[in-house]
Design a protein around this ligand. Sequence first.
Ligand code: BTN
Length: 250
Amino acid sequence: MGSIFKNKKIIRLEEVDSTNSILAAKYSSRSLPEGSVVVASSQIKGRGQGQSKWQSEPGKNLTCSFIIYPEFVDASKQFYISKTVSLAVADLVGLYTDKVSIKWPNDIYVNDKKIAGLLIENSIEKNIIKTSILGIGLNVNQKEFPSSLPNPTSLLKLTKTKFDLEEILESLSNILEYRYSLLRNQEWDVIDDNYLNLLYRYKKLALYEIKGNRVAGSIEGVEPTGELIFKNDKSEILRFGHKEIEYVLG
Ligand code: BTN
């Protein structure tokens, strides 16, 4: 095993508001070694991207947040943290099923369904990322989902197998440590290649919604800051932040 996370602590909690919030409130002072993780059986106020909530049936899924101190990543390159974590979760899911992809900016998909979401919260001082909280919600053993969720899936639904959440967490921690070692070694090209290989709809003509209009076009890449590079049907290159462009799902 790697050595970056060698002193990591695992903090297991029953019920919390949000594992990201716990880390931010209690441990942002760097009292925890890198790679430490807060994992909860149940979140009352699980948070998703933007204003959304993360809903997860208690005891069935992985809801956890890791803490890292990636001071070597300039704020202008902060999306590499997201790429690193997305790749780690995609690697993990790929151990059990194929057709795994990363839907920009932070979703992990299997075919056209969402199996995991990430909430990455960085604290930046003078252009340096001091602390990054890596919140991961992975659907593992949940069978039924609320009808309000557009397209959820889980490892159980895909494989018809029940998983041990402790084992899943341990694998994730090991894979994340490996992926983080690539980031620490500043292997930007390797990370980019791996990410683009898994990027959902990369270079495929598809429909999107931009400011209420349907537009055909293709994803051409992602900027280091995280903006999506998009080519519309007039071959113009446009850049979008999160929520400025929506995927039209089939
Ligand atoms: C999304 O898809 O919108 C992101 C979901 C992120 C959910 C995880 S669950 C663990 C961590 N704690 C939270 O409150 N959110 C993240």
